[in-house]
Design a protein around this ligand. Structure first.
Ligand code: ADP
Ligand code: MG
Length: 665
């Protein structure tokens, strides 16, 4: 295409702060040599001395300096894991898994021996495990069973700057566990809080300790901004990439920051095709993708070295900002956007929205180019664009849906209003969570503080969003327990459909077999039920363009949900072909996600009166439009799209939800 406008970049004016360090450690070193070359290695004694002297320690250090992989090993060698284990929390499961694998390699052991990981629905740890990487959500659930966190002798709350809701709550919980253990003269709980960029004063005041800086090892990064604002940042990234490819040495690997899976896969495809057409030889670029939903094996691929005379190109979400360090990157292309989940208390809806990154994130991203040697960063936005970015991202607790957190705190016997938060959530957010929990039957909001009900306690047993836990608790009375278990399990997994771009017609044809006229939920149930019955899952998934890993994952989730249901004594039953039972049951949890068709052809949500359309990925898209629908989530791009949609009948609303008032028009 000739109409393509190539972004021009200003010559670099700014340079990042530089600390020059010796040799490039990338080349053919042994793992042991690599470890010793990490900046954190020289600080080993200092860190251990501080840990010995203080129960709580804040450590701030450059990304890639070795905090996450090395500090737990220092603690292990210094004997901190003899009377308990060392737990390290991560905001993302990918990070917990890849890091545990890396550390196992460094310790020459298998995952599950000295080092292991625990993420939702997957626990690889054994009684031999001393270092345990886990998501912050998992540690929070453990706290419900044991508020003193007795199995741990040390906890490292890593990536603290990410300020996930779970991490914010854990700050308070762990702090309290330390105090309680001290009061009862129990074994000490050491706490280390680590982060790449962190507001040390804010954290320091909250934990009443001073911070420790680790000298980083970064090389200068030349930062370039687009001269003009770009309408299409994906396209700008593509053009910039090929410019780099023509002019930069072949062994300079490129990292491109984008916002999400679909965009990343589409661009990866395009780059691979263009690389072939350009005759640059199929072997001289290797494209990797990295995002949270990617299958585990694939996530590890970008860490592996590529052949000589080959350029590694990694397309990643903000996951590569701080959680994961990919060796070899010398150029970064930053699109300046990130996908952020936020909750609107007035509409009661969670939305996934593409928003501008913060200035702190922009600097963090550019820093990824200077890990191994001097690098370059191309920003597809202008300098004046960037001046309008927020200086730092807002803590998630100030924008997230708090329903799940408030329920977990109640199960811990904690009232949000009096909890010692580092930054307390907005009262409206907490109120709206109490309201949602009351509608789910999990709390009695009339009491102050609101009291958790027996249903609420049961809901807190499930590692699920309270709305999905409610679906399982309600299912026996609708006679559809088996079906609901399958559906909730399948919904917990990532997309099971593979939409091969080259063969999309074949894929569509294969997927059509499972289509239910009722909508996406029952279509998904069809897929999963057939998968459960097939005796050749591999061949079957391949032939039907289905993702076997995600289906296996769903099967695993289902087994674990069955265990919990058995433990709490939920009766099992099945509705057979009477699928209305499943659809009605869905209303008990997803009542905030209903919408009705308007004369103008769009939908309006019942609780928040938000205008929206059915997402193109839905089986109901482009078909006749049902009068009333239920959806799994709303995605906000240039329009509001409703994802995973099922037709429901207006009469059911009164039947299933007699105590709720809806404005059905
Ligand atoms: P930090 O937590 O300070 O950001 P890490 O401990 O995560 O640093 O990483 C230290 C170094 O270990 C990184 O620079 C990276 O090169 C290397 N590393 C980490 N994970 C892997 C992995 N899965 N494969 C190969 N190298 C890795
Ligand atoms: Mg780290």
């Amino acid at each position: 295409q000739n109409s393509i406008k190539k972004p021009n970049y200003f010559p670099p004016k700014q340079q990042q702060q530089q600390h020059q360090y010796g040799k490039n450690v990338m080349k053919k070193n042994t793992i042991e040599q690599d470890r010793k070359a990490l900046p954190v290695y020289n600080c080993r004694q200092r860190i251990l001395k501080e840990v010995e002297a203080n129960d709580t320690l804040l450590i701030m250090g450059e990304t890639g300096s070795g905090k996450t992989t090395q500090i737990p090993q220092f603690l292990l060698q210094a004997g901190y894991a003899t009377n308990g284990i060392i737990g390290i929390t991560q905001p993302r499961r990918v990070a917990a898994i890849t890091i545990a694998k890396r550390v196992a390699q460094e310790l020459s052991c298998n995952v599950g021996d000295t080092v292991g990981y625990t993420v939702r629905f997957e626990d690889t740890t054994t009684e031999r495990t001393r270092i345990r990487y886990l998501t912050d959500g998992i540690l929070l659930r453990e706290a419900i069973r044991d508020r003193l966190l007795r199995r741990y002798s040390a906890i490292m709350l890593d990536e603290a700057h990410e300020r996930t809701v779970n991490a914010d709550v854990l700050f308070g919980i762990v702090k309290e566990a330390q105090q309680e253990r001290r009061k009862h003269k129990m074994a000490k709980l050491k706490l280390i809080i680590t982060s790449a960029t962190m507001d040390i004063d804010h954290f320091g005041q909250y934990f009443k300790v001073k911070g420790m800086y680790l000298e980083g090892r970064t090389h200068p990064v030349r930062v370039m901004h687009a001269k003009e604002s770009q309408d299409d940042y994906i396209h700008a990234a593509l053009v910039t990439l090929f410019d780099i490819h023509r002019h930069e040495p072949i062994n300079h690997d490129v990292l491109i920051f984008l916002t999400g899976q679909e965009e990343i896969e589409a661009l990866a495809q395009q780059i691979r095709q263009l690389a072939r057409i350009n005759n640059s030889g199929p072997s001289d670029v290797r494209v990797f993708t990295l995002y949270a939903q990617l299958a585990q094996g694939k996530q590890l691929e970008c860490f592996l070295p590529v052949p000589a005379n080959t350029r590694k190109i990694v397309l990643a979400t903000n996951i590569a900002e701080t959680s994961i360090t990919i060796p070899g990157i010398r150029c970064v292309i930053d699109c300046g956007y990130v996908k952020e989940k936020s909750f609107n208390p007035s509409t009661g809806l969670d939305t996934l929205k593409t928003v501008r990154i913060s200035q702190a994130q922009a600097w963090q991203r550019s820093g990824r180019a200077g890990r191994d040697a001097p690098g370059k960063c191309y920003r597809t936005y202008t300098k004046s664009n960037m001046e309008k970015f927020r200086s730092a991202a807002q803590p998630e607790i100030l924008r997230a849906n708090l329903t799940s957190t408030v329920l977990q705190l109640l199960a811990l016997g904690i009232d949000c209003a009096s909890f010692d938060f580092i930054d307390p959530p907005h009262p409206e957010g907490v109120q709206s969570a109490y309201k949602a929990l009351e509608q789910l039957g999990a709390v009695k909001a009339a009491a102050t503080p609101p009291a958790i009900t027996s249903t609420g306690r049961l809901m807190a047993q499930f590692p699920l969003d309270p709305r999905f836990a409610k679906l399982l608790l309600a299912a026996p009375s609708f006679g559809c327990m088996e079906e609901m278990l399958s559906l909730v399990a399948a919904l917990s997994s990532d997309n099971v459909f593979i939409g091969h771009t080259d063969k999309s017609e074949l894929a569509a044809l294969a997927h059509a077999k499972f289509q239910s006229k009722h909508g996406d939920h029952l279509t998904l149930l069809n897929v999963f039920a057939t998968f459960q019955k097939t005796d050749k899952p591999k061949v079957w998934c391949h032939d039907n363009f289905l993702n076997i890993r995600n289906l296996n994952y769903a099967r695993n989730v289902r087994n674990q949900l069955v265990e919990i249901c058995n433990r709490i004594g939920l009766a099992s039953n099945s509705c057979g072909d009477n699928l209305d039972a499943v659809k009605k049951c869905l209303l008990t949890g997803l009542f905030d996600n209903m919408a009705t068709l308007q004369k103008e052809g769009h939908y309006l949500t019942l609780s928040g009166r938000v205008k929206a359309k059915i997402h193109p990925s839905s089986v109901l898209h482009g078909k006749y439009k049902p009068q009333c629908i239920l959806f799994s989530e709303m995605v906000q791009t240039e329009h509001n799209f409703l994802r995973q949609v099922t037709e429901i009948s207006v009469e059911w609303i009164e039947e299933v939800l007699p105590n709720m008032k809806f404005n059905i028009k």
